[in-house]
Design a protein around this ligand. Structure first.
Ligand code: IPE
Ligand code: IPE
Ligand code: MG
Length: 235
């Protein structure tokens, strides 16, 4: 059998938890709980099939606009699943990284994040980026500030700045750009996810709501991806 063309880097915008709950007459928090279970299942599945990089959009810089009750229910799920990651994923050689400004979270969540980063040191398996309080624009602003500091300190001249100088100051520094970004739940927008990195990413919107997403949906996405003709501006 021919070798399957898997993306090297897959991004997933977890979406549709609220609608999934609403359809069942449940509170939105129940949708998030169901979505978090799928998050874990997908991470383990992607690790098992040998994916190199997986980036999951879990909480955006705009999600703070939601009612405080919902934000708190999300934060409490992050704690449960990061604790679970410490106990489960990390013995699978997975390297967990965080994209976004996590300094704003409460001390308990920050401590878990630090423990996970520490436990990941030396791991050589799949890189799992968890985008938490992440926004593509905020990420670019941060990179520009870092560059401006370097200009101010005379480390680089404005006319010397190249694309690579921005890329190396993003949260994803050193990682390949995503090849495929999947957005479940049918919404056709980026919602501020990996703006810089997705210049030539293949986008796939799927109708399945995230809590209903299964490995079979992922396999379907990989089949569609394998048939795409990526030209990167060439012919
Ligand atoms: C995704 O599901 C979870 C987060 C954004 C954290 P939503 O909560 O956005 O679900 P819908 O889009 O309202 O259905
Ligand atoms: C994007 O989903 C953010 C995450 C999945 C973390 P949203 O549900 O927040 O996006 P919009 O509001 O529909 O664009
Ligand atoms: Mg949504």
């Amino acid at each position: 059998m021919a070798e399957r063309v898997l993306p090297q880097h897959l991004g997933i915008i977890m979406d549709g938890n609220g609608r999934w709950a609403k359809k069942r007459g449940l509170p939105r928090s129940a949708g998030h709980a169901a979505g978090a279970k799928v998050f874990k299942q997908m991470v383990l599945y992607c690790g098992d099939i040998g994916l190199k990089y997986l980036t999951i959009y879990a909480f955006s810089t705009e999600n703070w606009k939601r009612p405080q009750k919902e934000v708190l229910s999300l934060v409490s799920l992050f704690k449960i699943y990061l604790k679970d990651a410490l106990d489960n994923f990390l013995n699978r050689n997975i390297q967990v990284r965080f994209l976004g400004d996590t300094s704003v979270f409460d001390p308990q969540l920050r401590k878990l994040i630090d423990e996970i980063k520490e436990a990941s040191v030396g791991h050589t398996g799949m890189v799992l980026n968890i985008a938490l309080n992440y926004g593509g624009r905020a990420e670019i602003v941060r990179a520009v500030r870092l560059l401006a500091q370097d200009v101010q300190q005379g480390k680089i001249k404005p006319e010397e700045i190249e694309e690579a100088d921005i890329a190396s100051r993003l949260y994803t520094a050193g990682e390949p750009d995503p090849d495929l970004i999947i957005r479940p739940s049918g919404e056709q927008r980026t919602s501020n996810f990996m703006l810089w990195q997705s210049a030539y990413t293949e986008y796939l919107v799927m109708d399945t709501l995230w809590p209903d997403f299964t490995p079979a949906d992922l396999e379907r996405a990989f089949d569609i991806y394998a048939k795409r003709d990526r030209r990167f501006g060439g012919i």
